[in-house]
Design a protein around this ligand. Structure first.
Ligand SMILES: [Fe+2]
Length: 339
């Protein structure tokens, strides 16, 4: 059954962060926990956001979000939330800070431990409530500010995706001014992250015409804007989620084509390509044009690592959303092709 839910009030404009105080008041949040990371703080963005609130300087801040959000960092942030008597979360940063903040909001109301909310174990039934979340993304691409889920690296090393409509943030404040200081490689990687998810939304087997529209329009805009956006920045990053998406996308597009040929035509139209053009080739060329690596090998992945990577792919929630279900052998072949 198709379920269409769009729940987040989204403000999108230059200078949009000025609505933060009004939105906190509307949600009845008196003492939010600010969840961010040290890079965002160092870039001066935390100061800018706190500056729009009359009591901003007095608010508790958790700036210990790691590059990939972890269960242990989530519990540290939760302890601060509880010690400070918080009643909501404001996430400021990329996907990691937003995912970590959403996890804190879930645990604050529905209780620990995080592992019991695994949707593959029907954990959604255990969610009794989630504290209000406002997300202020500082990069394009993750979509976590409007999404039903978050990804956390658990203490046992598993990457757990928790997904439930109750986790959708109440408000997203998308202020392009906050993304202007990103280094070009991060703009490239997060931009390709957005383009990957636009394509993914169109190709996913679930019937969701609004998502098709958002995906095709996002692809249309993103594909045309990414080179100019990357050209306007400063340097440097290594392996990154969006970079991984960009590098793997051509291989996955080749793998899926046989089961969704009609949707590939729509993607070609959105990207301004000729009918029947090689989509995978177009993504490879774009990656090269914006300075992203040509393959996983450049990110340090070797052939010997592939057997250990396959179970991660099979256990990932995205495995179930792919239009063509891959076997373990096929995943091994895909990794080898993407090297
Ligand atoms: Fe992503």
């Amino acid at each position: 059954m198709a379920i269409l839910t769009y729940l987040t009030t989204t403000h999108f404009d230059f200078g949009a962060i000025k609505v933060l105080g009004k939105e906190l008041a509307r949600l009845g949040v008196k003492r939010p926990l600010l969840v961010t990371d040290l890079g965002v703080r160092a870039a001066g963005l935390l100061e800018r956001v706190l500056g729009v609130l009359p009591d901003g300087a007095a608010l508790p801040v958790f700036d210990g979000t790691p590059g990939n959000p972890t269960e242990s960092a989530t519990l540290q942030a939760l302890a601060l939330y509880q010690a400070e008597g918080c009643d909501g979360v404001v996430c400021l940063g990329g996907g990691s800070a937003m995912d970590l903040g959403k996890a804190v909001a879930l645990l604050a109301v529905s209780g620990e431990p995080l592992a019991r909310y695994d949707p593959l174990q029907r954990g959604g039934k255990l969610i009794t409530g989630v504290a209000p979340v406002i997300c202020i993304p500082t990069t394009a691409g993750t979509g976590s500010e409007v999404s039903v889920g978050f990804v956390i690296v658990m203490n046992d090393g598993r990457k757990l995706t928790i997904s439930n409509p109750k986790i959708v943030p109440k408000v997203a404040i998308c202020d392009p001014e906050l993304t202007m200081g990103l280094p070009p490689l991060l703009t490239a990687a997060t931009g390709m992250d957005a383009i990957t998810h636009c394509i993914e939304a169109v190709l996913a087997p679930a019937i969701n015409p609004p998502a098709d529209g958002v995906g095709l329009d996002g692809l249309y805009r993103g594909w045309r804007a990414i080179q100019a956006a990357v050209a306007n920045g400063a340097p440097d990053l290594n392996a990154h989620h969006g970079t991984c998406n960009a590098v793997i996308l051509p291989t996955v597009l080749r793998f899926n084509e046989s089961v969704c040929a009609e949707k590939y035509e729509r993607l070609r139209v959105a990207m301004g390509l000729a009918p029947g053009a090689d989509l995978a080739r177009a993504v490879t060329d774009m990656n090269a044009a914006i300075g992203l690596p040509a393959g996983l090998a450049e990110l340090g992945v070797t052939e010997a690592m592939i057997p250990d990577l396959v179970p991660h792919a099979l256990g990932d929630l995205a495995h179930f959303g792919n239009p063509r279900r891959a076997t373990a052998e096929e995943y091994a072949q895909l990794y080898a092709q993407a090297l």
